[in-house]
Design a protein around this ligand. Structure first.
Ligand code: PLP
Length: 427
């Protein structure tokens, strides 16, 4: 009998242990389900539409440059903005200030004379405000640029490239188009108030441009010239946005900031904000070939007479970088608080872009590459142990036809050949 009893006891024990395992499995499942019912994972607040997705970009450590220099080199990832560049911030601020001050209304048109990132950013964000965008560009600008703008819903006017002093320079035409849109809006309003007035006649009266194309005709509630170079909303976008974000993200622990300037909005807004928080933060400009700003910062003289903007009929080949470098002093740049400036070469920018791609997987545009050249130059000046911040303005995607085109680089003697950072004297 004993073996039977043993067998029976064994079977009972086995049955109990199976039931216990099953029970504990169910209990565990019940508990975790209950837990997830009681406290679901915290949901981050969704950003409110496209405009809310602009800014608050990550500040990342650029590992390769930090290790090579012994400094912490941090880059603000502006290429992650919805319109692909740092200019989204400026576009938002320009439109918001214009609307707040009653200079632009829903149904209005924002005009800009630019083939660059600002135009793309304005075209990207304008619809979110119920506005249109009209861009005037020189007709020798790469056709993809107008294709992008048109795909974004902007109207594009291509004009003959002439000097800035000429009334038909694309910037002057853009300014005029805004005035014309305003005149049109006034006439449309009057026409609405006058019974039987023919709207088509009103449109026809308005401008030369309108006779060819009715970009403003059907919806126009007025125009506003964005004027990124002189409009101080540009500076404020960085003084109130980019600067405070850098300060917060770095926990206020930074020693230097460096960036190149086109309009000067970024370097001015960020440098002024940072120096107001801590006057010991050193701020620098990195200037590409052909620009007069290095001279202005280091010697107080902007340019020679021959180089003055307006004297050149058409830009000679100065630099492969785009969006940076200028030969006049803008209202935005005047707000910068700078401790010094460096010159950067095209070779350094091209080599830096390939170095960052190879070592960090960062695919950056030409101005970002130049900014990183600036960051290394600052590191060499201040020495190891410091934290240096710069701006990663846009990605390499918009620079395929020049900066990332091997044939173009061969033609300009810029084919990259460095294996490390030897082009900046680091072995
Ligand atoms: C790609 C890119 N990077 C940098 C800049 C320079 O920035 P800022 O105009 O604020 O000086 C520009 C200006 O147009 C730009 O388009």
């Amino acid at each position: 009998m004993a073996p039977v009893a043993v067998r029976t006891t064994g079977a009972v024990v086995a049955a109990i242990s199976v039931s216990l395992t099953t029970l504990s499995f169910f209990l565990y499942n019940y508990k975790s389900k209950r837990k997830s019912l009681v406290s679901p994972p915290k949901r981050k607040k969704a950003r409110n539409g496209l405009i809310d997705a602009v800014g608050n970009t990550p500040l990342i450590r650029i590992n390769s440059l930090s290790e090579a220099t012994g400094c912490e080199i941090l880059g603000k990832c502006e290429f992650l903005n919805p319109g692909g560049s740092v200019k989204d911030r400026v576009a938002v601020k320009i439109i918001e200030e214009a609307m707040e001050s009653g200079q632009l209304f829903k149904g209005g048109v924002v005009t800009e004379g630019s083939a660059g990132s600002t135009a793309i950013s304005l075209a990207t964000v304008a619809p979110a405000y119920g506005c249109k965008c009209h861009v005037v560009i020189p007709d020798d600008v790469a056709i993809e640029k107008s294709q992008i703008l048109e795909a974004l819903g902007a109207t594009v006017e291509r004009v003959r490239p002439v000097s800035i002093t000429h009334r038909d320079h694309y910037v002057n035409v853009a300014r005029r188009r805004a005035l014309e849109a305003n005149k049109l809006a006034t006439k449309l309003q009057k026409a609405e108030q006058t019974d039987g007035k023919d709207t088509l006649q009103v449109n026809g009266d308005c401008s030369d441009y309108e006779k060819q194309d009715s970009a403003f005709s059907s919806y126009c509630s007025g125009g506003f010239f964005a004027d990124q170079f002189e409009n101080m909303a540009n500076f404020r976008a960085h003084y109130e946005g980019t600067g405070p974000e850098i300060w917060e993200q770095s926990g206020g622990r930074l020693d230097a900031f460096v960036a190149a300037a086109g309009t000067g909005g970024t370097v001015a807004g960020v440098s002024r904000f940072l120096q107001e928080q801590n006057p010991n933060i050193k701020c620098f400009l990195i200037d590409p070939p052909g620009s007069g700003l290095f001279n202005k910062v280091t010697r107080g003289v902007m340019y020679t007479r021959e180089e003055a903007e307006g004297k050149r009929l058409k830009n000679p080949f100065d630099t492969i970088t785009e969006g940076i470098g200028i030969n006049r002093l803008t209202e935005n740049f005047k707000m910068a608080k700078l401790d010094g400036a460096f010159r950067g070469t095209d070779t350094e920018a091209v080599e830096m872009s390939r170095y960052l791609l190879k070592n960090d997987g960062l695919f950056l545009g030409s101005s970002s590459a130049m900014n990183c050249v600036g960051a290394v130059k600052v590191a060499q000046l201040v020495g190891p142990g410091h934290t240096i911040v710069t701006i990663l303005c846009d990605s390499g995607m918009r620079h395929l036809s020049k900066f990332y085109d091997p044939q173009y680089l061969v033609q300009h003697g810029l084919t990259p050949k460095a294996t490390g950072l030897e082009f900046l004297g680091i072995s």
